[in-house]
Write a protein that binds this ligand. Structure first.
Ligand SMILES: CC(C)(COP(=O)(O)OP(=O)(O)OC[C@H]1O[C@@H](n2cnc3c(N)ncnc32)[C@H](O)[C@@H]1OP(=O)(O)O)[C@@H](O)C(=O)NCCC(=O)NCCS
Length: 166
């Protein structure tokens, strides 16, 4: 039994799988929160292929955050040469709902599902070296910097490649 709640909890949000009907709102949150955007078909492809790990956080007011993930067979940083890896493609929480545990709840549920449903052994992500809120969140979940990706972003900023065992 997966721990996704069917009711809003004390903090007034719940985590659930995203659906196509949620995409307009998810894309709106992405546009407001991050400089990295994607064509609609990219979001749709992730719902169709990895729908069990495409999650939203929903409050009574509607969707307040999302986490879009994929599964890859790639280099392992902890458990062997090649492993099934979960990849956090994009995560964001609306500004007015930040610092209430929503990002952490999305990450914990996403990582649990990567392992439980898809058999992933590790999880990786890229994050701007200047993004302190996000790097703090990932470190608090056991992620380590495994590589620096020079000029990874369009504006020339470096990324940390961070990874954690699942
Ligand atoms: C990164 C992000 C998703 C975190 O979401 P959130 O719901 O605010 O995070 P949480 O409330 O669950 O925070 C969990 C922990 O992360 C760290 N953290 C979160 N925001 C932080 C901030 N502004 N400054 C420092 N640490 C922070 C803290 O360790 C925090 O634990 P604490 O509140 O007990 O101290 C959110 O800031 C966001 O949407 N940012 C813009 C989009 C983005 O940068 N996405 C990541 C791209 S890689």
């Amino acid at each position: 039994m997966l721990p996704t709640s069917d009711t809003f909890d004390d903090c007034e949000f719940r985590i659930r799988e995203a659906s196509h009907a949620d995409l307009d709102k998810i894309i709106e949150i992405n546009m407001k929160s991050l400089p990295e955007h994607y064509p609609r078909y990219f979001w749709e492809q992730h719902i169709e292929e990895w729908g069990k790990i495409f999650l939203v956080a929903e409050a009574p007011s509607g969707i307040i955050g999302y986490m879009m993930n994929r599964i890859e067979n790639d280099e392992g940083f902890f458990k062997g040469d090649f492993v099934l890896r979960g990849h956090v493609v994009s995560i964001a929480v609306l500004k007015e709902y930040r610092r209430r545990g929503v990002g952490k709840a999305l990450m914990l549920e996403g990582m649990y599902r990567m392992k439980k449903i898809y058999g992933a052994e590790e999880v990786v992500l890229e994050v701007r070296v200047s993004n302190e809120p996000a790097t703090n969140l990932y470190r608090s979940l056991g992620f380590k910097v495994v590589r620096i990706l020079r000029r990874y972003y369009m504006d020339g900023e470096d990324a940390y490649l961070m990874a954690a065992p699942l």
